[in-house]
Design a protein around this ligand. Structure first.
Ligand code: MOS
Length: 729
């Protein structure tokens, strides 16, 4: 089904099942520990051996000696795979560094060997006996030092890294009010609960990998490329994922090393990356240095806005697109954005939790707070004043929907914003200095083509099959809701099976496109299934109604199960999004984050006291799972503001605090009462579901709102994240 004109009225609009707060249909499996994660597929293969991945001990250079004689003689060892015996390997399209390094080493903890043994302990013990010598080369590990010579990040038509309209330089120079500041955000680690893990089993020249991966089709294509085998020889299965956060968007070393280990061992092999391997072996969010300049009239109208960001990555890598929101968020005739990309020899930077906007808003939204203060304006009013209904870079392009101002108005009312004292450091509660902060939430809405198959069985149950993943987000549930709505069935008459490359290719889970895109694909398949059912019964498909488990047309009414009495009815389709439509109108999601903090007068400890998010993101497919997404994002925003920081060892080129003891993330005790409000809207320009992404929106802007609240509480402006107490005292 092509989606190339705005959606009209359709069965989803009934909202009998979609739009209702259904609990997750996989909830019981999750909370009883019976949803199998990658390392827990105990019953799919026999005689499983265990692989232990060895990471490079240097950041850059060469392996000069790799002697496995002793390790091979260790008890239980079945196979050892290194670059010397792995055969020729390719590289996945989505990977920057090779997933098996050697003799050249591209980054610290790049995989250089997998040791396979009968037990995990034997594999680990033998891995310690590998004798590897390196010759280190000098590397660049310091973004600040590399910044001034960093070239423009490579541009593509879809994602230009240097943008401008009007004349920023002159407009800024002549602006009555000028603001300029720089901000830094650190390298960050996904720190999802489930580590990267895979179980690989060969059957002849075909391999099946049970793994933990957000994007099944990307993963299977890249595994085929890496192993240099035909794509149809690879099957990837990933039914449950214990968090991805962008770290599992791409094929990683666990899958490749399990496949190589299993081939060498002639047995199925399981590999889990140890927690201390994850920070340096896998990807991370790159650090940024950002400069924001804004010129305004005395009444607060922005006339000039510029945002530049510097980040680093391995040769051939990508920038953190921290300027993305600045191109679209506020009005202003003269504008420029620029992304510079330094080559750094740190581990690979890549997508993490709202890449681009999350760190970009950490700078822009503090800058907006600072400028509001300079202008003597209320930060909420200042943002509303500079709202726009059209793309500020191209005023001929409207937003499909944009209710940013509504989010601020409703949020201010609900949060009690009028009680805020605009003068910093005025409010006390015992030993706590108390302040409020606000920030815009903004994240683009992306759509990805997505396919699904729907089967009506003789028992009247509809089964949906798609390679869509559920990364803890609730995909199972909203997909079931979509099929139930389309076929007029209760939720328990729908079964959903996900995460298998044998199923139709879906949008996958990433960039908050998963919910809208994958359910739109299920919608398309269900439209076909409705037609096939009507056809079977000799009913007119155009007038057939599917409701209460029945198909109705004219004066006929037939139970769905009857339609399949003669055999299962199967339909498959995919939604294909028109690029033209996405160009004509800008599709984005909006919100406002309100935060209250307390800062301890003596220790400068920061406690977040209250949080409110108001979100405008099209139809909310399930308010319960959407709320969980948003409060998860808000929690990540607390991490970004106050805790998360991968510390770079600039001598040796690695992240030092590479486990959950050293890399701090919020825990329950850090998180106060959180409230989420969804504006009631549907967006027919986006998809037949009229929904948009909402998960990452929950994170975007939160850290800045916290930084702004800390300033309001204390009068101290910290522009270097995370805002740890040493920077406040
Ligand atoms: Mo997201 S960082 O695209 O999984």
């Amino acid at each position: 089904m092509k989606f190339d004109t705005p959606a009209g009225t359709n069965p989803i609009d009934r909202e009998r099942v979609v739009g209702q707060p259904h609990e997750r249909i996989d909830g019981r499996l999750k909370v009883t520990g019976t949803a199998p994660y990658a390392y827990e597929h105990h019953d799919v293969a026999e005689n499983v051996a265990y692989g232990y991945v060895v990471g490079s001990a240097i950041a850059k250079g060469r392996i000069t000696r790799l002697d496995s004689t002793a390790a091979r003689r260790a008890p239980g060892v079945v196979a050892i795979v290194t670059h010397e015996n792995a055969g020729e390997l390719g590289k996945g399209d989505k990977n920057t560094a090779k997933l098996l390094g050697g003799p050249e080493v591209q980054h610290y903890h790049q995989a250089v060997a997998v040791v396979v043994a009968d037990t995990f302990e034997q594999a680990r013990a033998a891995a310690m006996m590998l004798d590897i010598a390196y010759e280190s080369a000098d590397g660049a590990f310091d973004l600040a030092a590399a910044k001034d010579t960093a070239p423009d990040a490579p541009s593509t038509e879809e994602s230009p890294t240097q943008t401008g309209v009007g004349d920023f330089a002159s407009a800024f120079a002549s602006a009555p009010v000028k603001f300029e500041q720089s901000y830094t955000t650190p390298d960050q680690s996904h720190a999802m609960m489930e580590p990267h893990a895979s179980l690989a089993e060969w059957n002849g020249d075909s391999v099946t990998v049970w793994t933990s991966n957000q994007m099944i089709a990307w993963g299977s294509a890249d595994l085929a490329k890496t192993l240099k085998i035909a794509p149809e020889k690879v099957r990837i299965v990933s039914p449950f994922i214990g968090g991805g956060f962008g770290g599992k968007l791409f094929l990683r070393a666990d899958a490749v090393m399990a496949a190589l280990g299993a081939k060498a061992a002639g047995r199925p092999v399981k590999v889990a990356l140890s927690r201390p391997m994850m920070a340096n072996n896998t990807t991370h969010r790159p650090a940024t240095i950002q400069r924001v300049r804004i010129g305004a009239e005395r009444d607060g109208k922005i006339t000039a806005i510029a945002h530049e960001s510097w980040s680093g990555d391995l040769e051939g890598g990508q920038p953190e697109v921290a300027t993305q929101q600045t191109r679209l968020l506020y009005a202003g005739a003269n504008r420029m954005t620029s992304l510079k990309l330094a080559v750094l020899d740190l581990p690979e930077g890549n997508a993490m939790r709202a890449p681009g906007e999350a760190p970009g808003l950490m700078a822009l939204e503090v800058a907006m707070d600072e400028l509001a203060e300079q202008l003597g304006q209320d930060p909420v009013q200042f943002r509303i004043l500079n709202d726009t209904q059209v793309d500020p870079e191209d005023p001929s392009r409207p937003f499909s929907q944009r209710r940013l101002a509504d989010c601020f108005r409703q949020g201010a009312e609900k949060f009690g914003w009028s009680a805020r004292n605009a003068r910093p450091a005025q409010v006390r509660d015992g030993r706590w200095m108390v302040g409020m902060g606000v920030a815009s939430a903004f994240r683009n809405n992306m759509n990805m083509d997505s396919g699904a198959r729907a089967r009506l069985g003789r028992d009247g149950v509809v089964t949906v099959e798609t390679d869509m993943t559920d990364i803890g987000t609730g995909s199972y549930t909203i997909i079931a809701q979509t099929a139930a709505e389309m076929l007029g069935l209760p939720l328990d008459k729908v079964q959903v099976t996900l995460g298998d490359s044998m199923f139709p290719v879906s949008a996958g889970s990433g960039g908050q496109w998963g919910a809208n895109s994958s359910t739109a694909g299920v919608y398309a398949a269900c439209v076909k299934l409705r037609e096939a059912i009507a056809d079977k019964l000799g009913l007119d498909p155009a007038s057939a109604e599917f409701v209460d488990g029945m198909v109705r047309a004219g004066d006929r009414q037939v139970p769905l199960a009857e339609a399949a009495a003669g055999g299962e009815i199967v339909a498959e389709d995919k939604i294909e999004f028109s690029k033209e439509m996405m160009k004509e109108k800008q599709q984005s999601t909006f919100g406002a984050h309100f935060v209250e903090v307390g800062v301890d007068m003596a220790t400068a400890e920061v406690r977040v006291r209250r949080m409110l998010a108001v979100c405008a993101a099209g139809r909310i497919l399930n308010p319960l799972t959407a709320r969980s997404q948003v409060i998860g994002g808000m929690t990540m925003g607390v991490g970004g503001a106050l805790m998360e920081d991968l510390v770079v060892d600039k001598r040796h080129g690695l992240f030092i605090n590479h486990d959950l003891a050293g890399y701090e993330v919020p825990v329950h005790a850090d998180i106060p009462h959180q409230e989420v409000v969804f504006l009631d809207e549907t967006d027919p320009d986006v998809s037949p579901m009229k929904a948009k992404g909402v998960g990452e929106l929950g994170l975007c802007g939160v850290s800045a709102a916290i930084a702004n609240a800390i300033h309001n509480a204390t009068g101290v402006r910290v522009r270097d994240y995370p805002i740890t107490l040493d920077k406040l005292i």
